[in-house]
Design a protein around this ligand. Sequence first.
Ligand SMILES: Nc1ncnc2c1ncn2[C@@H]1O[C@H](COP(=O)(O)OP(=O)(O)O)[C@@H](O)[C@H]1O
Ligand SMILES: [Mg+2]
Length: 269
Amino acid sequence: MPDFSRPPGPKIIAVANQKGGVGKTTTAINLAAALVENGKRVLVVDLDPQGNASTGLGVEAADRDLTTYELLVDDAPLADVVRETETPGLLIVPATVDLSSADIELVSNEKRSFLLHDALRQTAIDGFALDYVLIDCPPSLSLLTVNAMVAAHSVLVPLQSEFFALEGLSQLMLTIREVRQSANSELRIEGVVLTMYDRRNNLSQQVEQDARDNLGDLVFKAMIPRNVRVSEAPSFAMPVLSYDTNSQGAMAYRELALELIEKHGQLAA
Ligand SMILES: Nc1ncnc2c1ncn2[C@@H]1O[C@H](COP(=O)(O)OP(=O)(O)O)[C@@H](O)[C@H]1O
Ligand SMILES: [Mg+2]
């Protein structure tokens, strides 16, 4: 039963693909920033022991005492681990390499797949008045990614526009199906977003065609171009929307955010 005494709560989206380097973290950071530009309040949960989302949003490694690890493994209250970033309305739970041992430490915990789910449903989350939570998943289908899928309403899949891009999708879809059958029957696929797209490159166009032929409306119209400004922004600890607001990459993430908001029927009239 939903608890009608509480606000409806944020849309929780897992940004997942078991391949590394496909644009998960870049998408989590910049989609979050673009949603914030549209007046949304967004929390990024860094669920990757590499902590790239934390670095990219300006939380230095030395400054991460309370992290996703404490949230999941030590039951730390959500209010203690959520941090503000330089972008007002954009919050983060940072991660460190500590998170890499969570898989093993949690083996005997009966609730091991539900830890993030339970953490994000604490009443304390109401106080942040969030519209979205974006979970930046690690490049694997490990317990951490399962936690994200159990916690989420939907999965957003960045797909790098390169050869074999679609090959890994069947494994991902299988995991989504397993999570639906075991722990989260409502889990949807939010969509697939093509990343590092190069419209002058035949291969990019072919991957796009394949994706649209096979996945239809699941593929977002917005595509993220390969853009050097996108890759430079994290070393300046900010989203590309702040680093170079008129860059192609920033524009593309704004289009993606609008499509997402429209899907959720929240566009201001
Ligand atoms: N649209 C883009 N244009 C140029 N470089 C990109 C783009 N998207 C991601 N990158 C770069 O590609 C690398 C992998 O991206 P990342 O988001 O970290 O992938 P993942 O989180 O899936 O491992 C990073 O160095 C990132 O800066
Ligand atoms: Mg990443």
